[in-house]
Write a protein that binds this ligand. Structure first.
Ligand SMILES: Nc1nc2c(c(=O)[nH]1)N[C@H]1C(S)=C(S)[C@@H](COP(=O)(O)O)O[C@H]1N2
Ligand SMILES: [Mo]
Length: 247
């Protein structure tokens, strides 16, 4: 019974999506009639594809449930030697020093005082055994332990009616989250991997662990957090991947 409104909404979205798709296809046809130029290089085609990608983001955001949980697994399935990934090799990964690390806060946050590692570690923590999915074609189950990001946002007096949270990282990486995902019960600031302090290459002092998002939306070595109504840029979104990228 409770499922019905949802199903109806999905069907409607499907219809709209098909219409947009048809428009996209027609434009492609029109562009190819112009002839001569390489179709994949055409700005018009790129524009249509970008518009469809933005549409896809909106549909995904509309369908996201703030309470539906990502699958969780038995602890025995958690991989001990987790796979490292970043846009550069492991040897170049930042090694942040706990003694001078500070997490900076900005934007729509009541208490913007920076946080030390000791203060972060004193927050309440919980564990999750979930699957990390990378768009590059691998996935792995791991065990992460940390603080629900919602708890942190509430603790610093963040305006949780704002639309987004933005992150910057020690390696120049940057990402953004929609607020419903930021407040999702499985979105955590992870301080541990496999019951050990998060190793340097995996994001020490913490990474955002978000099992409802693709791997690239899980920033490591986070050094600043902002709460905002303007969609924050994402490192891989700026290179063509979808901004929402839910799984
Ligand atoms: N700061 C930062 N965070 C990052 C990345 C990065 O290059 N820099 N890569 C992302 C990608 S693509 C993946 S798959 C995961 C890999 O996390 P892992 O090393 O814990 O497996 O980190 C994500 N977070
Ligand atoms: Mo990834």
């Amino acid at each position: 019974m409770a499922e019905l409104p949802n199903l109806r909404r999905t069907a409607q979205v499907g219809q709209i999506e098909r219409r947009v798709l048809m428009r996209g296809t027609l434009s492609l046809g029109a562009v190819s009639l112009l002839g001569g130029c390489d179709i994949s290089d055409s700005n018009a085609v790129q524009g249509v594809l970008a518009a469809m990608s933005r549409w896809n983001d909106r549909v995904q955001a509309a369908l996201f449930s703030g309470t539906r949980l990502a699958p969780v697994f038995d602890e025995r399935l958690a991989v001990k030697n987790f796979r490292y990934n970043a846009y550069y090799p492991k040897q170049k990964a930042p090694r942040l020093d706990a003694s001078d690390y500070r997490l900076e806060l900005s934007g729509l946050i009541g208490d913007k005082r920076p946080w030390s590692v000791a203060q972060l570690h004193a927050l309440p923590q919980q564990s999750q055994v979930t699957r990390h999915v990378c768009v590059e074609g691998w996935s792995m189950i791991g065990k992460w332990t940390g603080t629900p990001f919602r708890t942190f946002l509430e603790r610093v007096g963040a305006d949780t009616t704002a639309r987004y949270v933005g992150f910057t990282c020690a390696d120049g990486y940057y990402e953004g989250l929609d607020m419903p995902t930021a407040l999702h019960p499985q979105t955590i600031m992870a301080f541990q991997l496999s019951d050990q302090v998060l190793p340097s290459e995996f994001g020490f002092p913490f990474k955002l662990r978000i099992p409802t998002k693709l791997g690239f939306k899980n920033p490591k070595w986070v050094t600043s957090i902002t709460v905002t109504n303007r969609e924050p840029p994402g490192f891989w979104t700026d290179r063509g991947y979808n901004w929402f990228s839910g799984i």
